[in-house]
Design a protein around this ligand. Structure first.
Ligand SMILES: [Mn+2]
Length: 245
């Protein structure tokens, strides 16, 4: 059997969804698991998600791409300072989850967040990045590191790319041409009316809104087979996640 490469979307503290999803994928130690970032913030088990992934990486081939929420959480764990925007967008639940945790726990999680990568390009010229990049010359030439974790224009460009446009057309978006495929999270697909991954041009958005009313998604990037958890809010019936009501 061919070794699988599985991408996993934004988890946002949904530990129950993560374990349910990986059971459905039936992961093995032959698989490579690429997490597209935003492990934390939203549901109450951000701490548990990080603990689980620390354990998982000791037995499985894992790669962790950094998201904006991972950076927020790293900064708070490291400095004790938090930002209001973070607090309002899932950070409050994360802080509560760390109340009874030791300094050593916090230190090991900080180190974990710190070694997450902003992006990865594999040997088949496939890009894995949380949000996007804006340089026409590719992510290596990006002026602002924050775009790796905050950008939404790469997704918009892919969605707006006319399917009839030939790839060698001078009008074809240069940003998309650097890669065979691009895998992102960050922007929930619900905003585009779907609870499944969005495929546009050569880009796939795997963030199916687990922090809100959506599910957590995994995809085998070679076969495009996908798996999903139950809607995550049903696994946390007493919580709101990042939903306003
Ligand atoms: Mn996210």
């Amino acid at each position: 059997m061919k070794k699988r490469t599985i991408v996993i979307g934004d988890i946002h503290g949904g530990y129950k969804a993560l374990t349910q999803l990986l059971e459905r994928v039936e992961i093995t130690t032959d698989d490579t698991l690429i997490f597209l970032g935003d492990l934390v913030d939203g549901w109450s088990e951000s701490y548990e998600v990080v603990e689980y992934l620390l354990e998982l990486e000791s037995t499985h081939n894992c790669m962790f791409i950094k998201g904006n929420h991972d950076l927020y959480c790293e900064y708070w764990l490291d400095t004790g300072k938090s930002n209001q925007n973070w607090h309002e967008h899932g950070g409050a639940a994360t802080k509560i989850g760390y109340i009874d945790k030791t300094k050593a726990d916090k230190k090991s999680h900080t180190a974990f967040f710190r070694r997450m990568k902003y992006y990865h390009i594999d040997e088949e010229q496939r890009l894995f990045i949380h949000a996007g990049f804006t340089s026409l010359h590719g992510p290596e030439k990006e002026q602002y590191e924050s775009n790796y974790i905050w950008d939404r224009t790469l997704l918009e460009v892919a969605i707006a790319t006319d399917e009839r446009l030939a790839i060698n057309s001078p009008r074809y978006p240069k940003r998309l041409k650097h890669f065979k495929e691009i895998y992102i999270g960050h922007t929930p697909t619900q905003g585009y009316g779907s609870d499944k991954p969005i495929h546009a041009a050569n880009l796939w958005d795997i963030d199916t809104g687990a922090a809100f009313k959506g599910r957590l998604t995994a995809m085998d990037i070679d076969t495009k087979e996908t798996w999903q958890s139950e809607p995550v809010y049903l696994l946390y019936p007493k919580e709101k996640g990042r939903n306003k009501i």
